[in-house]
Design a protein around this ligand. Structure first.
Ligand SMILES: [Zn+2]
Ligand SMILES: [Zn+2]
Length: 182
């Protein structure tokens, strides 16, 4: 049996598709529809803001930089979502703090939950969001595969396990063309 992952976009544009489907081609060559990736939903702590993620998610990463630690009150773990990849209810309850000339931190103005980091600078990453892992309702299908600003991580804690991509501050800055992406 071979499997092909496809979008089930229906009549909606791709950016609104919330379901990914897998067609399993059986030995009789007939396609059998099976849903394999659950659509992800999330909310802030008080529920005034809720959302559906309309892009496929498979991985999560942690940032140990000082700004993410201050903003989240811990370690900021997030999932990358392209511009337009969130269908938000209660967006009027969100407010943004421009943490640098190239990004903003968006949070619920009623309960303070850190909802997402968003790139505001012009360029290929403009609009990309890093949605707080903790705001998602179910993350059981995601793989934790990267840690950035690893050289900024306080000695007091470390994640267990191996095999993740680890990047120092210098490596991250390099990746972003010499600009610190905070
Ligand atoms: Zn809230
Ligand atoms: Zn960070």
């Amino acid at each position: 049996m071979r499997t092909i992952a496809v979008w089930r976009a229906g009549r909606k544009p791709m950016t609104e598709a919330v379901t990914i489907a897998r067609y399993c081609i059986g030995s009789d060559n007939r396609a059998v529809f099976r849903e394999f990736a659950m659509p992800h939903s999330g909310s802030c702590m008080c529920g005034a803001v809720s959302f559906n993620v309309t892009a496929p998610l498979s991985e999560t990463g942690a940032c140990h930089c000082g700004m993410c630690r201050k903003w989240s009150g811990g370690v900021f773990m997030s999932v990358a979502v392209p511009e337009g990849g969130l269908d938000i209810k209660g967006a009027e309850n969100l407010t943004a703090y421009a943490s640098s000339p190239w990004a903003e931190r968006v949070f619920c103005k009623l309960c303070g939950s850190s909802v997402f980091y968003r790139v505001t600078a012009d360029g290929p990453m403009k609009g990309e969001m890093h949605v707080g892992l903790g705001t998602l309702d179910d993350v059981s299908d995601l793989t934790f595969n990267s840690e950035i600003y690893i050289d900024r991580k306080p000695e007091a804690y470390a994640f267990a396990g191996e095999g993740r991509t680890l990047m120092t501050e210098a490596q991250v800055v390099d990746l972003f063309g010499g600009v610190v992406p905070d």
